[in-house]
Design a protein around this ligand. Structure first.
Ligand code: NAD
Length: 252
């Protein structure tokens, strides 16, 4: 308990000293909201393998499987609400300490915690709606899910006939250029980079903490398990996010 307090007090001191901080989050910040991450022992990849973008485009079976999984996963996501970690990040944004939140998450919980959407940079898209893979037309999920539950036929675009996919970035799919550029710009402009709840193995996103460090900013990694980038960090805290960040930001 004393060690935990020492950790979050050190973190609080670094936040107080920062002029412009950036928060970078991964699936770990949302596990306390009941959404499983990918790489923990009980995470999603312990039970299933990813469907690559090329498979999704090429195969009707892959599209059926992708939508079947989406309906399953959303049973956890739809009822999820922001937790103490999200609230702590929102407070730091509100106070003007954090200029933006770069997230690999697709669950919309940073926005749900009250952070203005223009301050959230989503590197892997958003799972709360869908898009045509060809013309980009937006589709809401509720009618798609209702139809899929009825007939198990994956949705296609009413305008151009191409497959419709959740608005997330799949393995094998190009990163969104504008978001990546904004993320790099924010990373280069900050003096404190907080990497929270990410295994830091998915690139190019995981290159951002390195870029921050190389450009002279202080790097903090807060994650339950060690990561490959711990060696270059100024502070590594292997603890639960909610109590640690909540303690540092004085949020319950
Ligand atoms: P990851 O699963 O690879 O890593 C999550 C890390 O968080 C793990 O190292 C784990 O030890 C740690 N962690 C989990 N709960 C924690 C807690 N309460 N306190 C402290 N640490 C905790 O996730 P990633 O690095 O984000 O990369 C995987 C990809 O997962 C991303 O591209 C993202 O799009 C996707 N994803 C998103 C969600 C979501 O939106 N909530 C959920 C699952 C996967």
């Amino acid at each position: 308990m004393e060690d935990a307090r020492a950790d979050f007090e050190r973190l609080a001191g670094m936040i107080a000293d920062a002029r412009r901080a950036v928060v970078f989050t991964g699936a770990g910040i949302s596990t306390e909201s009941g959404i499983p991450d990918f790489r923990s022992p009980t995470g999603i990849w312990s039970q299933t393998t990813p469907i690559y973008y090329q498979e999704f485009l090429a195969s009707e079976d892959a599209r059926v499987e992708a939508w079947r999984r989406k309906l399953l996963v959303d049973r956890d996501i739809v009822d999820a609400t922001p937790n103490r970690g999200h609230r702590a990040v929102a407070k730091l944004v509100r106070l003007g300490k954090v200029s933006s939140v770069i997230t690999q998450n697709i669950d919309n919980l940073h926005q749900d915690s009250g952070i203005p959407k223009e301050k959230v940079i989503e590197l892997h898209g958003n799972g709360s709606y869908a898009k045509c893979v060809a013309c980009g037309t937006r589709y809401e999920l509720a009618p798609i899910k209702e139809a899929f539950e009825r007939d198990s036929v994956p949705p296609t675009c009413t305008l151009c006939g191409a497959p419709v996919k959740t608005a997330t970035i799949s393995f094998g799919q190009a990163m969104p250029e504008e978001e990546m550029n904004r993320a790099k710009h924010e990373t280069l402009a900050c003096d404190l980079f907080l990497a929270i709840g990410s295994s830091l193995v998915v690139y190019p996103a995981a290159g951002l903490p390195m870029l921050a460090k190389e450009s002279g900013s202080t790097l903090v990694i807060l994650n339950r398990e060690p990561t490959d980038l711990d060696g270059i960090a100024d502070l590594v805290i292997n603890r639960e996010i909610g109590p640690t960040l909540g303690g540092a930001a004085n949020v319950n």
